[in-house]
Design a protein around this ligand. Sequence first.
Ligand code: ADP
Ligand code: 5GP
Length: 189
Amino acid sequence: MEKKIIIVTAPSGAGKTTIVKKMLASMPVLAFSVSAATRTAREGEVNGRDYYFMTTEEFHTKIDENAFAEYEMVYAGKYYGTLKSELQRIWDNSQIPMVDIDVKGALSIKEHYHDKALTIFIQPPSIDALRTRLSERGTETQASLDERLAKAQYELSFSHEFDRIVVNDELERAYEEVKNLVNDFLNIK
Ligand code: ADP
Ligand code: 5GP
């Protein structure tokens, strides 16, 4: 099987995790690429399923070993990265990795994999909608909410750099659009 990759990126709160989960549930050929991260696990998150949670020291060792396809300090002091071994594990299993990463990480994977990678930018209908979604998700403090919204403004300015932009206004509609794009990319009729 060809080593293709689907990359979904968006400002935090745009709905990419929600859309990615729906895609994974409906397309068994896709497998979630579990990233390494140095942030603490949220309630309900499982090591090895949601992230490979690591200490900063462990993460630095992986950087030195050239183990990452890409990595970024996504938030102050918090590293996130796509492990090459994770992508390979999924291809070895005859599946296509679905990668949920930040804007910069998405651009660096695209630079490396070119036509083998499809990059989809999930755009929130507005910054106000983003604020509401993040507040209602209930996972952020005021400080981390402000940090995520400031970063979102910046990330929105990169939307044109991706292969496709999908506006997540109504979830079902946005999901169908992503699904069609992925089917086209994988040549699934
Ligand atoms: P991200 O992974 O991009 O940070 P999430 O998928 O966690 O975003 O979505 C952020 C919040 O917004 C979640 O509580 C989710 O249920 C909600 N959400 C996702 N899509 C929509 C939508 N189209 N309309 C309203 N709320 C949405
Ligand atoms: P969260 O802390 O909400 O789980 O994720 C924060 C941000 O980190 C999200 O935008 C998510 O897409 C991004 N992210 C998750 N994994 C990776 C990764 O492996 N590399 C990069 N560059 N960003 C990631």
